[in-house]
Design a protein around this ligand. Structure first.
Ligand code: MEV
Length: 438
């Protein structure tokens, strides 16, 4: 075993050498490399190479289940939605909600806006009027110098839609922004936006060198897109007469009112709001991952949007009016269906095919519906039976696998717990008794 964990030039090692180094440093067993790294590398060398090339220092594949939630009726069309997630009950809950709403008119969805933005953040120490004049004078040049980057996007109808100087000196002395907006069509557009922004900065620097009012009076801190996309919004909704919401002994009216109160709680209390929105993101992230999109970007943007009023609140809204229950979500979703992993990752491509190759706007609508469905399922369970019953039922298989149960033992235990409360210790006890009896 290596005791010194420092390593020079790790990225230059071959994949095999990296695995050997990891095994020498962290695992004493000789067989570890074969069992835990090589086994999780694909025998198809070309496919494995594709995955290895996504990131630096790749040593194995990390599998997550790829599932589908069928029966999503969205604007009258039925979708089977691919989801990648490890949490046991998410797909089951999502599918349940999809089926439930399918029989009640399905989901309605729309894209409210598709604007993305990026900023050149800089400090300026001279006269604001000089800065304004300078930027007006170089704006055309800034756009012209971007042409090699924007030409293709413009051909398809997208590109840079505005560049504005923002005075942010009230928030931070000398802080200004070039605030640029973009239309990136079916691409998520991160590379496109960042390349444009860096080109703006380069033009700024080059032109500033000839302007004594600017030269030496500024510092460009950074040029980067924003994952806050409050103008790249999708909306999804469902509604039905309250009578259709009856669950067991709970009347539809009672269910609907309790549901609305559950959302009021999420709006009043940040502890609940965070978990409430986490449940929404269970569904959203799963589709984002399956389709090769950037779930960190979507997460960051969604939570910032949830806090847009200054208080972190629910991303969904519910209402009962004239006997009709309405439930909706409005969420920023900067998604792509071309470029990046969407084309490179074979399963992302498959996921998009299952969705019948949507454009970015259709994918935004589908994802918003999944978030709404997931939230409907979670809140419905919470205000009725609680989530643990369903969750533990799904989780039982994980417990059994963890305890090394055979197929026969699994079947016996599943049958045994059909109408009983499942807990890790109860399962453990039952298995021990079962094995003792043998
Ligand atoms: C669990 O992953 C998600 C829930 O906690 C969401 C919620 O509480 O609304 C069930």
């Amino acid at each position: 075993m290596n005791t010194d964990k420092r390593v020079e030039g790790f990225s230059k090692l071959t994949k095999e050498e990296k695995i050997q180094w990891l095994c020498r440093t962290y695992f004493s067993e000789e067989t570890y490399a074969a069992t835990y790294f090589n086994r999780y590398n694909n025998a198809d060398a070309a496919l494995q190479k594709r995955h290895d090339e996504f990131i630096e220092n790749a040593v194995a594949n990390y599998y997550l289940p790829f599932a589908v939630a069928p029966n999503f009726s969205i604007n009258g069309k039925v979708y089977t939605v691919p989801m990648v997630i490890e949490e046991s009950s998410v797909v089951a809950a999502c599918s349940r909600a999809a089926k439930f709403w399918q029989s009640k008119g399905g989901f309605q969805a729309e894209v409210l806006s598709t604007e993305k933005s990026g900023q050149v953040h800089f400090f300026f120490y001279g006269e604001k009027e000089h800065l304004q004049a300078f930027l007006s004078a170089i704006k055309t040049k800034m756009l012209d110098n971007c042409k090699p980057i924007t030409a293709n996007m413009e051909k398809r109808g997208g590109g840079i839609t505005s560049i504005t100087l923002l005075d942010k000196t009230d928030e931070l002395p000398h802080y200004y922004q070039l605030f640029a907006t973009f239309e990136t069509l079916d691409a998520m557009g991160a590379n496109f936006i960042n390349s444009c922004l860096e080109s703006f900065s380069n033009t700024f620097r080059a032109e500033a060198a000839h302007d004594p009012n600017i030269d030496g009076n500024y510092e460009i801190v950074m040029s980067i897109l924003s994952n806050y996309v409050p103008k790249c919004l999708a909306k999804a909704s469902v509604s039905c007469p309250v009578e259709l919401l009856t669950v067991g002994d709970m009347s539809g009216e009672e269910f609907a009112q309790k549901f609305v109160r559950a959302l009021a709680v999420a709006n009043a209390d940040v502890y609940r709001a965070t978990t409430h929105n986490k449940g929404i993101m269970n569904g959203i992230d799963s589709v984002i991952l399956a389709t090769g999109n950037d779930f960190r970007a979507i997460e960051a943007g969604a939570h910032a949007y949830a806090a847009r009023s200054g208080k972190y609140q629910s991303l969904t809204r519910a209402l009962v009016e004239n006997g009709i229950f309405s439930f909706e979500i409005e969420i920023p979703l900067a998604l792509g269906t071309v470029g990046g992993l969407t084309t490179l990752h074979p399963l992302a491509k498959t996921a998009l095919q299952i969705l019948e190759n949507p454009n970015a706007e259709t994918l935004m609508q589908i994802v918003a519906c999944v978030g709404l469905a997931q939230n409907f399922s979670a809140v419905s369970s919470l205000i009725t039976l609680g989530i643990q019953k369903g969750h533990m039922k799904m989780h039982l298989m994980n417990i059994l696998t963890q305890l090394g149960a055979t197929e026969t033992e699994k079947q016996y235990v599943v049958d045994y717990f059909k109408n009983k409360t499942i807990s890790h210790s109860e399962v453990e006890k039952l298995l021990a008794d079962l094995r003792k009896d043998k």
